[in-house]
Ligand binder design. Structure first.
Ligand code: NAG
Ligand code: NAG
Ligand code: NAG
Ligand code: NAG
Ligand code: NAG
Ligand code: NAG
Ligand code: NAG
Ligand code: NAG
Ligand code: NAG
Length: 638
C-alpha cells in the first residue's frame, strides 16, 4: 500500500508548531484526497484493542471505520466494502488497509488468508462506542495516539463552472476557507467532497450529506463574495458571516463545496464577448460549445456536468435560474418572491430577486425546495388537489415575444405532449391565455406600456444605486482615484438606467411592475384554498436551438428593453416558476460536424406561495414516469 504525500504535516516534527493545523493532500491509486488539518477524533492506544495485525507509527494512512458486533470474517468485510463502494465515491478498497470496528464486542475469525485476497487488510482495531460515522478516513498514529481525519475526494472542475472550491475552516468551525489543495486541470478549480457515508438523512436534516455549490453572490463566512468582478473581489474582505439562506442549507445538513461562476453582478451575458473579467463556464450539453446561458451560468453548467454534485444554488431576478436550467436541461426553480431571506446576497432589485436552485431529479428537486423554504409560512402546504385550469399562451406566428412561435416542430411536439400530460394528470383542461388582449380587456390599458423598460429599469437603476455608488467610491479611495473595471453588459445597463431612465423612470417602472402584479394575481393565478392556485401556466422555456459560444456579439444596446417576455411574468408577479426538462432535439453541430442534441424545457408556474404544490406536481409526475431525471454530460437522456 502506497500513500503519496504531496505535503507533509510539519507540526509532527516541530514542537513549536504543534498548535498549527496543517492540512494535507494525498493520493491512493489514481485518486487524490484532501485531508483537513483538524482531526475528527483523537484516542489513546489504551482505548483501542488490536484484533488483527498491529498499528505501526505512521504520519498518515487510510482507514475504514464501521460499526459491527460479533465475529468479523472475510465475507463481512467484503460486504461492507461493496456497500460502501455502491453508495460513496470517496471510498475505495485502499481504505481497508486498516479497519477500525466500533464495538465493544467484536471478534475476528480466520483472518490469516486476508493478505492473499483482493482486499488487502493489514490491521484491524476495535474501539468501543460510536464516536465516528461509518466510512473512509485518514489517520495518523504517533506517540500512542490515533488521530482520525475526514477524507475528501478531489475533483477537477473541468467545465470551468466554479469560482473556488471551499472546505470547512481548520480554525473556526462556523467558517469556511478556500480549498488548500489542487489536482491537475487547466485554468480551473479543484473541488473537494467529503464521503457521503458520514451523513444520514433524517427528518431534522433532509439534506444531510448532499453536496451543494453556491452562486458567488451569496456570502459564506471566511470566503470572498466576488459577484464575478475581479475588482470587487480584490477590494472587499472575506465575508464575516454566512448569509441566512446558505446557513439554512448548512443547518439542514447540506455540504457546501464551492462558489460558482455567474455573469457579472447577475446581469446577463453571452460568451465569449461579454465575459471580460472571467471566462464563461462550459455547457456540457450537445457539442460542449453552447452558451451556458446566464446569469447563474456556473450553477447550471456544474449541475449538468458533475455526478459528484447534487444541487446548485443560483438566483433569479429576470431568468437567471430558469434560462440556465433551459440551456442545460435541468430542473430549476425560481421560487415565490420572498421565499427566503436574501440578506448577505448581492442584490439586483429588491422587488424581484429570488434565491433559486437546480437539480437533476424530480424527487430531489422537491426535497430541496421544501427543505430550503420550509420555514416560510407564506408558502402553502394545505392544498388538497392540483389546479384544473392549465393555461398556455396564445401567440401569433412569428411573434418573437413567445419562444413557442419560433420553435421547431420536434420541440413543439415535446411541449404539447407535456401540456397534455399535465392536463390529464390534474384531470383539468387547457385554456389559451391571450395575455395582450386579456390585459387590455381587464384593465383598459396596453401590456406594451407595462413592459416598457420595466425589467431593465428596475435592475439597472437599483444596482447602480446599491452596488456601483458604494463600490466605485470604495475602490477609488483604495486605488488613488482609479475607477474599477466593469464588464460591458452591467456597465451599459447601469449607465443607461441611471443617466437615461433616471429616478423618475425608475419610479414609473416600480408602478408598472405593480400594475402587472395586481392584474396577474387577481385575474390569472389567484389563490385558492383547495388548489393553492386557481390555475397553472406553462410555456416552452427552451426550444433546443443553438447558441454557440464562439459567436461575435454586437456591443450592448437598449434594443429589446421594452419587449414583453414570458420570463418576466414571475419576475413581476412574484409567482414561483419551475423548469422541467422534456427531451432533446437533434442538430448538426458546426463545431464537431456531427449530430448532437440540445434540451427542450418547459416552465410551469402558479400563484405566489404555491411553490410546494408545483414541486409536488413535478415529483408525482416523475413517479408516474411522465417526466424523468436527467443525466450529466452531453445528453440528458442517454
Ligand atoms: C450491506 O448492505 C446490504 C443491503 O443493504 C445489507 O443487507 C448488509 O447487511 C450490508 N452489509 C453490512 C456488512 O453492513
Ligand atoms: C492488494 O494487493 C495486491 C497485491 O499486492 C495488489 O495487486 C492489489 O492492487 C491490492 N489491492 C488494493 C485494493 O489495494
Ligand atoms: C478466506 O477464508 C474465509 C473463511 O475461511 C473463506 O470464506 C474465504 O473464501 C477465504 N478467502 C480466500 C481469498 O481464500
Ligand atoms: C409573508 O407574508 C407576510 C404578510 O404578507 C409578510 O409580511 C412577510 O414578509 C412574508 N414573508 C415571509 C418570509 O414570511
Ligand atoms: C383524476 O381522476 C382519476 C379518475 O377519476 C382519479 O383516479 C385521480 O386520482 C384523479 N387525479 C387527480 C390528480 O385528481
Ligand atoms: C416607453 O417609455 C418611454 C419613456 O421612457 C416613452 O418615451 C415611450 O413612448 C414608451 N413606450 C411605450 C410603448 O409605452
Ligand atoms: C442616453 O441618452 C443620451 C442623451 O439623450 C443618448 O445620446 C444616448 O444614446 C442614450 N443612451 C442609451 C443607452 O439610451
Ligand atoms: C380583473 O378583471 C376584471 C374584469 O375584467 C376587472 O374589472 C378588474 O379590474 C381586473 N383586476 C385587476 C387587478 O386588474
Ligand atoms: C445532419 O446532417 C445529415 C447529413 O446531411 C442529415 O442527414 C441529418 O438529417 C442532419 N440532422 C439534423 C438534425 O439536421
Amino acid at each position: 500500500m502506497k500513500v503519496f504525500f504531496w505535503s507533509l504535516c510539519l507540526s509532527f516534527f516541530i514542537g513549536s508548531l504543534e498548535a498549527l493545523a496543517v492540512s494535507k493532500q494525498v493520493k491512493l491509486g489514481d485518486i487524490s484526497y484532501y485531508v483537513p488539518g483538524v482531526p475528527e477524533l483523537t484516542v489513546d492506544v489504551g482505548m483501542m484493542s488490536s484484533l488483527f495485525g498491529t498499528l505501526e507509527s505512521s504520519f498518515l494512512f487510510p482507514l475504514t471505520v464501521f460499526g459491527y458486533s460479533g465475529n468479523l470474517d472475510y465475507s463481512t468485510i467484503e460486504s461492507v466494502s461493496k456497500n460502501f463502494s455502491c453508495s460513496d465515491d470517496v471510498y475505495s478498497d485502499y481504505f481497508l488497509e486498516t479497519i477500525m470496528v466500533q464495538s465493544p464486542n467484536v471478534g475476528v475469525v480466520s483472518y490469516s488468508n486476508c493478505s492473499l485476497s483482493t482486499l488487502n487488510v493489514s490491521t484491524i482495531i476495535s474501539l468501543g462506542g460510536s464516536a465516528l460515522p461509518n466510512g473512509p478516513y485518514f489517520a495518523s498514529y504517533l506517540d500512542g495516539q490515533l488521530s482520525v481525519y475526514k477524507a475528501y475526494r478531489l475533483y477537477a472542475d473541468a467545465y470551468g463552472a466554479f469560482q473556488a472550491g471551499i472546505v470547512p475552516s481548520d480554525e473556526n468551525a462556523e467558517s469556511f476557507m478556500a480549498l488548500p489543495a489542487g489536482v491537475e486541470v487547466a485554468h480551473a478549480q479543484t473541488i473537494a467532497v467529503p464521503s457521503k457515508l458520514y451523513y444520514t438523512v433524517t427528518e431534522e436534516q433532509p439534506l444531510a450529506g448532499y453536496r451543494v455549490g453556491v452562486k458567488d453572490l451569496y456570502d459564506i463566512a471566511g470566503t470572498k463574495t466576488g459577484g464575478a468582478s475581479r475588482k470587487y473581489y480584490e477590494l472587499y474582505d472575506e465575508a464575516a458571516l454566512t448569509c441566512p439562506s446558505v446557513q439554512r442549507l448548512i443547518d439542514m445538513g447540506a455540504v457546501i463545496v464551492g462558489k460558482l461562476k455567474l455573469t457579472q453582478f447577475a446581469n446577463g451575458g453571452n460568451p465569449t464577448a461579454n465575459y471580460v473579467d472571467y471566462h464563461a463556464p462550459f455547457n456540457p450539453r450537445g457539442d460542449g460549445y453552447q452558451s451556458p446561458s446566464s446569469s447563474s451560468c456556473g450553477s447550471g453548467a456544474a449541475e449538468a456536468a458533475y455526478d459528484w454534485l447534487d444541487f446548485t444554488v443560483g438566483s433569479d431576478t429576470g431568468c437567471s435560474v430558469r434560462c440556465p436550467a433551459g440551456s442545460q436541461g435541468l430542473y430549476g426553480l425560481r421560487p415565490s418572491f420572498d421565499a427566503i431571506s436574501l440578506d448577505g446576497v448581492i442584490p439586483m432589485n429588491d422587488l424581484m430577486d429570488t434565491a433559486g436552485y437546480f437539480s437533476r431529479d424530480p424527487s430531489l428537486f422537491k426535497v430541496f425546495g421544501e427543505t430550503w423554504y420550509g420555514e416560510n409560512k407564506n408558502i402553502s402546504t394545505s392544498y388538497t388537489s392540483f389546479p384544473k385550469t392549465v393555461y398556455t399562451f396564445a401567440f401569433e406566428e412569428g411573434d418573437s415575444d413567445f419562444i413557442e412561435s419560433g420553435a421547431s416542430s420536434e420541440a413543439l411536439a415535446l411541449f404539447n405532449t407535456f401540456v397534455s400530460n399535465v392536463v390529464s394528470f390534474v384531470n383539468g383542461s387547457n385554456a389559451k391565455l391571450d395575455i395582450y388582449s386579456k390585459y387590455e380587456q381587464d384593465t383598459g390599458s396596453s401590456l406594451a406600456n407595462v413592459f416598457n423598460n420595466t425589467w431593465y429599469g428596475l435592475a439597472g437603476f437599483y444596482q447602480y444605486v446599491n452596488i456601483w455608488e458604494r463600490f466605485s467610491k470604495d475602490y477609488q479611495e483604495a486605488s488613488n482615484g482609479d475607477i474599477p473595471f466593469m464588464d460591458p453588459i452591467p456597465k451599459f445597463r447601469w449607465e443607461w438606467a441611471y443617466n437615461n431612465l433616471t429616478q423618475d423612470g425608475y419610479d414609473r417602472c416600480v408602478e408598472q411592475k405593480w400594475q402587472f402584479d395586481d392584474w396577474w394575481n387577481a385575474n390569472v393565478t389567484s389563490t385558492n384554498p383547495q388548489t393553492c392556485s386557481s390555475s397553472l401556466y406553462i410555456f416552452l422555456s427552451n426550444d433546443g436551438s443553438t447558441a454557440y459560444r464562439n459567436v461575435y456579439n454586437s456591443a450592448p444596446n437598449a434594443d429589446g428593453f421594452s419587449a414583453f417576455s414570458e420570463m418576466y411574468i414571475s419576475s413581476f408577479a412574484r409567482t414561483p416558476e419551475a423548469i422541467v426538462p422534456l427531451g432533446e432535439v437533434a442538430y448538426n453541430s458546426t463545431i464537431t460536424l456531427t449530430e448532437k442534441y440540445l434540451p427542450v424545457t418547459a416552465a410551469i408556474g402558479a400563484a405566489p406561495g404555491c411553490d410546494f404544490m408545483v414541486l409536488d406536481l413535478i415529483e408525482q409526475m416523475g413517479r408516474a414516469n411522465l417526466i424523468g431525471g436527467v443525466a450529466t454530460g452531453q445528453k440528458l437522456f442517454p
